[in-house]
Design a protein around this ligand. Structure first.
Ligand code: 5RP
Length: 222
């Protein structure tokens, strides 16, 4: 918990007055959003673009003014969490089920900052089951295709029914053991009929704020 607070609050340094800010989803970025709310109360002028309904609610609770994605051309900085971060700053995201909007917003951002506690750091991606957003229609076929790519897919459930994303889709969680070529798997998964997008974020993070050997560090993209 303390690590999440430390890395989440550190990301505030990337926000400047007048910016449009992408607001990620999850328990780490929660601390970024709380801090941002405090600064807004003190006079900072920014506009937030939330990556999920959960974050939209949180931002409103913290008094952060929001802007609809439709009204803007680009985002200055987006801050989000991750489930795994590898040595090249490639990510697995989507543990909270918000990967599609998170990827759309990360891509639209001039600078994409990731906040991740020490447990998220790995040499090679793949231990955390990769979240894949699929349309409900024909999802069993989509699962079969994911299996053919070497995955071990399961349908995410909540209280006995399929988990629904903010976009009305399902999430398939699939471990792939070791993902040695994340850019290849990201593309191959997105070619499957029924797949909307997947939680591999390859070459997108500009910096990752994390904890290594109990120290706060910022790793920048090489
Ligand atoms: C949600 C995500 C989150 O960023 C990811 O799951 C990390 O969450 P947390 O900060 O709670 O550990 O991708 O879709």
């Amino acid at each position: 918990m303390m690590e999440k607070k430390e890395v989440g609050e550190k990301a505030i340094e990337y926000v400047k007055d007048g910016m449009t800010v992408g607001l990620g989803t999850g328990s780490t970025v929660y601390y970024f959003i709380s801090k941002l709310g405090e600064l807004v109360q003190q006079g900072l002028s920014i506009k937030g673009v939330p990556t999920s309904k959960q974050t939209e609610k949180l931002a409103i609770e913290h008094g952060i003014p929001l802007v609809s994605f439709r009204e803007i051309e680009q985002i200055d900085v987006a801050v989000d969490g991750a489930d795994e971060v590898d040595l090249d700053l490639n990510l697995i995201k989507g543990g909270g089920g918000a990967l599609l909007r998170e990827k759309i917003i990360a891509k639209a951002a001039k600078t994409f900052i990731v906040v991740a506690d020490s447990h998220k750091n790995v040499d090679t991606l793949g231990t955390f089951p990769l979240p894949i957003e699929v349309v409900p229609f024909g999802y069993r076929m989509t699962m079969k295709y994911i299996r053919e790519l070497g995955g071990n897919p399961t349908l995410r459930q909540r209280r006995g029914t399929p988990f629904l994303t903010d976009n009305g889709n399902y999430i398939i969680d699939s471990s792939f053991q070791e993902i040695n070529q994340p850019e290849v798997l990201e593309k191959n998964l997105n070619l499957l009929p029924g797949v909307v997008d997947n939680g591999l974020f390859v070459g997108m993070a500009d910096a990752v704020i994390t904890i290594v050997d109990n120290k706060l560090v910022t790793k920048a993209r090489r």
